[in-house]
Design a protein around this ligand. Structure first.
Ligand SMILES: [Mn+2]
Length: 474
């Protein structure tokens, strides 16, 4: 049996004393990846079997696991882990670092565990201890999914354990092996005519063909070696949502494009599968457009949108793409919080006077190495800020549809043919408005503070020799 393990992740070995956890760990994982409760007991007490050292040992084990997960290192917990109370803080730890917890259960016969324990002179565990641990394991086994374990592998005999291999798979967001070059396209919002013109100007050849469901499809030939990346929000507001979906779905299927989910795509998906969502004008428009297509199209759209992952890390980690942005700590990770950040940005959960979500300016605080290209909030013009750039230039609102060529860092955009919708908050300068008297400052200049102590020390306190820790006035 091949055990598929996402890497990085937090792997819990679960099994009673004598079930062969340490042997299994040594066979399949690197020594530095394995955190063994016995080893930590030994380090704090010089006796791996000193049960009185358990509390201290686990305190350190959890601390080391936290440091490793913060660095995105696969970590294996070699402890019995048969009680839910023992597993819970580890599941929480994985979640706090936006990584998935994985369970490998060694559910071996009692006889095998007892024999192995008897063969170990340093261990004097009575048979009742193993019996109790096996009982606890069995009671918890079926609830592991509910506890938050994304994958659960159970091995039930010494033969199964011996035959098992571990296959590590990168997380779906990890596409570091793709090096582009890429053409990243901002929020399309049903503006298919503008999308076609933009792709044409980027050198993509587009031919109309028949699509699988009987509708009109598009065969797209990219410039040699190039891949398109769609930042999401393909749907709503514009007049041609199905056409935009068909073109992008065809390209993704052909391997010539990647596509990310936007909040509008996500809401459309939920509406299409019958979840309860508030259907406003934009979503109603998309639903009506999709209803006019052959019935199978709807199923295809559901399958496509359902398969999209929150963000991608590309080109050896040098490029990150996401609909609404991605802060450094979340890049390459997977959790509900990462998903929400990718789709909605850094929201506070509050609404402003226009009923729009209040957002923190994550880009102004961004200090990561990776370039982050995103969209979601329309801007009059795309500007670099701390290696991030927003290329949603509000095409559906009568702005432009913009692409960024990577690694060239060239912007290319085409004007909207119409204003298909009215933004809740204007982002384009009023037509005929007088030019600003002052030269317009760039995003970098507007965010350039003379002294940002947080950049230097991480927090607003300074350690001094005479006065201890002080908080300098800012
Ligand atoms: Mn959006």
């Amino acid at each position: 049996m091949t055990l598929a393990i996402p890497a990085p992740s937090l792997v819990l070995l679960i099994g009673p004393s004598g079930s062969g956890k340490s042997t299994f760990a040594r066979a399949h994982f690197r020594p530095t990846e394995i955190l063994s409760s016995d080893a930590f007991r030994g380090w704090v007490s010089d006796d791996e079997n000193d049960q009185g050292a358990t509390k201290d040992a686990f305190e350190l084990l959890h601390a080391v696991a936290a440091k490793r997960l913060a660095r995105g290192r696969l970590t294996v917990i070699d402890a019995t882990n048969v009680q839910q109370e023992a597993r819970r803080p580890l599941v929480e730890l994985a979640r706090a670092h936006h990584l998935l917890p994985v369970a490998i259960v060694l559910d071996l016969p009692e006889r095998v565990c007892l024999e192995r324990n008897r063969a170990r002179p340093d261990r004097q565990l009575g048979p009742h201890v193993v019996q109790r641990q096996r009982q606890q394991l069995r009671e918890g086994l079926r609830g592991l999914g509910r506890e938050g374990f994304r994958s659960v592998h159970v091995l039930s005999s010494p033969e199964e354990v011996a035959a098992a291999t571990v296959a590590r798979h990168p997380l779906p967001v990890d596409k570091r092996g793709l090096h582009g070059p890429f053409d990243v396209v901002g929020d399309v919002h049903g503006c298919f005519d503008e999308l076609r013109e933009l792709l044409d100007r980027l050198g993509y050849g587009i031919v109309e063909t028949g699509d699988k469901d009987g509708g009109v499809g598009y065969a797209v030939t990219p410039p040699v070696g190039r891949t398109a990346v769609f930042l999401g929000d393909l749907v709503d507001r514009g007049p041609k949502t199905p056409q935009a979906l068909r073109l992008v779905m065809g390209m993704v299927a052909a391997g010539t494009a990647l596509c990310l989910p936007g909040n509008h795509d996500d809401k459309l998906l939920r509406a299409l599968i019958g979840r309860k969502v508030r259907i406003g004008r934009a979503l109603a428009g998309s639903m009506a457009q999709i209803d006019a297509e052959p019935p199978m199209f709807r199923e295809r759209v559901v399958a496509f949108l359902d398969g999209l992952v929150s963000h991608y890390v590309l080109d050896d980690g040098k490029l990150v793409v996401a609909h609404a942005g991605m802060k450094e700590a979340y890049q390459g990770r997977a959790s509900g919080a990462v998903h929400d950040f990718a789709l909605y940005g850094d929201t506070t959960g509050e609404k402003d006077e226009l009923g729009l979500p209040v957002r923190r300016d994550w880009a102004a605080a961004y200090r990561g190495e990776a370039m982050v290209v995103y969209g979601h909030t329309p801007v009059a013009a795309s500007e670099w800020l701390n290696r991030t750039i927003n290329i949603d230039t509000g095409c559906a609102f009568g702005g432009r549809l913009t692409a960024l060529r990577y690694p060239e860092q060239e912007l290319l955009s085409v004007p909207a043919r119409h204003a298909y919708a009215v933004p809740a908050r204007p982002f384009l300068p009023e037509p005929g408005a007088p030019q600003a008297a002052q030269p317009v400052r760039s995003a970098e200049q507007r965010n350039d503070k003379p002294l940002d102590l947080e950049d230097g020390v991480g927090k607003r306190t300074v350690e001094t020799r005479l006065a201890g820790r002080v908080t300098p006035p800012l």
